[in-house]
Design a protein around this ligand. Structure first.
Ligand code: VG1
Ligand code: CO
Length: 582
């Protein structure tokens, strides 16, 4: 083909964080060399032994600049010797769908054009995720090579197709006598096929057809609209009114596609309306890997969601139930409250505690050590794909509700299911306090202060065994406040049990006398130099009077105040309160 070589110089700041690279969209629009440089670094990092003759998968969440970016990917990929690129029609692919296609097509990797839950448009953010051969996030070894290559790039090689390649509709487009093929596919087909292997759609179809059943799914004007239609309407037979904001828009309608109650007001309002009679509410983020599960006036914490899905997996989800030997194990990221640990203990299976970011689950999934995993940031998935998968989780909840309803002989909603879980295992309270837009130096100072202070003070000291749960001696009942004192502190470091890779500096952990925890780390998904300081809190209470109705803010307020004091948050950041409580 007609390869055009253009000299270039490295661009500062082309680094990857928790999940790929994120930048203000204007950074790319203002500098036409930005994306070509980055993609050239990507193919240089892979090397010709990987790229020549191979296949790549590309697609994104539909945000502004993606249409331009898809064309740039095709030009650089063709010049790097790729034989084929699979593209979701319209440039659309949710992150779990992209991951699935990488495996299904035997590609060497994938490129996801998304900044996930960040706002989109010229005033918003743009982003890119690099996926490995297993479909999941590229391991750190590869992203480190990509970043190193961005600092060494001197020439961008791109093929001139003489105009944009048609990626609007499915079909095979062949170039240079078949030496390069663009394979445009329906973005949802393979994804729905994969979920059909996980769930019994006949069971779900008849469950959602039960008179009185209704649900709402908020696609937030991002990528999951077409997936939700293919699944809930076309496959399960639910009415189209099930889906809110189902059309992907380049600016996500001006919204913030972050599936938390704060960003899904229409969904929350629909659930609160008794006339609507909804059994389940759900939402997903920009790129479809996160999920929110709610019921009427009831919010399921991500930690509880993972615990409930794990508890029901063996009875409600054929993918797991039909597995000889049961579930091998589960994993959660370290800041995620350990609700699933109690279920795993009852199932006698191991729990792996990993650093934040899905890439750390990859080796455990590949090695077959875990069947489910999740993060407090509204990410949950199984081992059907090496990514978190928002609609998988929603279908998981449908399967749970179907099973619970069948055994109760009536329609059972999410609140009843979660209360049942608490009654069996106790209740884990959790919250995340985000301090957004803190100066980077102030954020780092908070962690450094703890590292040099309490963490140093406990260096070499073993963490005491967890105390018996509050109130478990049965004398004065379950305490629903959270006054507590520090008993240990450390900085989380992780050694991957499969490949031995070490990740240090993954968050400061503060352990308290009543078993509650505070965790502090800086976000690795910020698109600008300002930092987001995340403070994660959790506490456990055994089942007892008042536990179901307790307000997490009351239970966690004491430990949160103590964490803020130990971390000198007000002094170092000037903030008296978090920007957002999730
Ligand atoms: C956040 C979450 C993390 C998640 C990551 C990517 O990272 O905390 O759990 O894996 O986003 O999510 P950070 O570094 O900002 O805390 V997504 O939906 O963008 O893949
Ligand atoms: Co996402």
């Amino acid at each position: 083909g007609a390869v055009v070589s253009t000299p270039t110089t490295p661009i500062d700041g082309q680094t990857t964080g928790t999940s790929g690279l994120r930048k203000p969209t204007a950074t790319l629009v203002d500098n036409p060399a930005y994306l070509p440089n980055l993609l050239q670094a990507y193919v240089n990092a892979l090397g010709p032994a990987t790229t020549v003759g191979a296949r790549l998968v590309v697609g994104g969440d539909g945000r502004y600049y993606n249409a331009t970016a898809v064309q740039t990917v095709l030009r650089v990929a063709a010049a790097a010797g790729f034989a084929a690129v699979t593209v979701g029609a319209g440039g659309l692919l949710s992150t779990p769908a992209l991951a699935g296609l990488v495996v299904k097509t035997g590609a060497v990797g994938g490129v996801g054009l998304t900044a996930s839950h960040n706002a989109a448009g010229l005033d918003g953010d743009w982003g890119i995720k690099f996926q490995g051969r297993n479909g999941g996030p590229a391991p750190e070894a590869l992203t480190d090579r990509i970043v190193a290559a961005t600092r060494a790039v001197t020439v961008v090689r791109a093929v001139d197709f003489g105009g944009p390649v048609n990626v609007a509709t499915p079909g095979v487009r062949s170039f240079f006598g078949g030496a390069f093929v663009v394979d445009v596919v329906d973005p949802t087909a393979a994804y729905v096929d994969r979920l059909a292997e996980v769930y019994d759609f006949d069971v779900l179809r008849s469950f959602v057809a039960t008179p009185g059943f209704a649900m709402r799914f908020d696609a937030m004007s991002a990528v999951t609209g077409p997936y939700a239609k293919a699944l809930f309407v076309d496959t399960l037979g639910l009415p189209p009114s099930t889906i809110l904001r189902g059309t992907p828009l380049e600016d996500f309608g001006g919204g913030h596609p972050d599936p938390s109650p704060a960003h899904t007001p229409a969904l929350v309002a629909a659930l609160a309306d008794p006339a609507a009679g909804l059994l389940l509410g759900a939402a997903s983020d920009g790129d479809g890997d996160r999920n929110l599960i709610v019921g009427p006036d009831f919010f399921v914490t991500p930690a509880d969601s993972l615990a409930v899905l794990t508890e029901f997996a063996g009875v409600a989800i054929p993918w797991f139930a039909n597995r000889p030997g049961g579930l091998p194990g589960v994993a959660r990221s370290m800041p995620t409250a350990p609700a699933v640990d109690r279920v795993a203990a009852a199932l006698r299976i191991p729990v792996y505690e990993t650093p934040t970011g899905w890439k750390y689950f990859g080796s455990l999934l590949d090695a077959g050590r875990i069947a489910l995993c999740g993060e407090e940031s509204f990410g949950t998935s199984g081992d059907h794909v090496a990514e978190k998968d928002g609609l998988w989780a929603v279908c998981g909840w449908l399967a749970v509700l179907a099973t619970a309803s069948a055994s109760a002989g009536r329609l059972v909603g999410v609140a009843d299911v979660v209360r049942g879980h608490w009654a069996r295992h106790g209740r884990t309270f959790s919250a995340r306090w985000d301090y957004i837009g803190v100066p980077g130096a102030a954020g780092r100072a908070v962690l450094a202060g703890l590292r040099d202070g309490v963490v140093a003070a406990f260096a070499g000291v073993d963490r005491p065994p967890p105390p018996p749960p509050v109130g478990s001696d049965g004398d004065d009942g379950v305490r629903l406040d959270g006054a507590t004192t520090l008993v240990h502190a450390d900085e989380f470091a992780y050694t991957d049990p499969v490949d031995g890779a070490v990740a240090a500096g993954q968050g400061i952990r503060l352990f308290f006398a009543d078993g509650s925890r505070g965790v502090l780390r800086l976000s690795g998904t910020d698109a600008t130099a300002a930092a987001t300081l995340r403070v994660y809190l959790d506490a456990y209470r055994p089942w007892g009077e008042g536990v179901a109705d307790a307000d997490p803010a009351d239970v966690l307020g004491g430990v949160g105040g103590e964490v803020a004091r130990l971390a000198r948050l007000e002094e170092l950041t000037g903030r008296v309160a978090p920007t957002a409580v999730v």
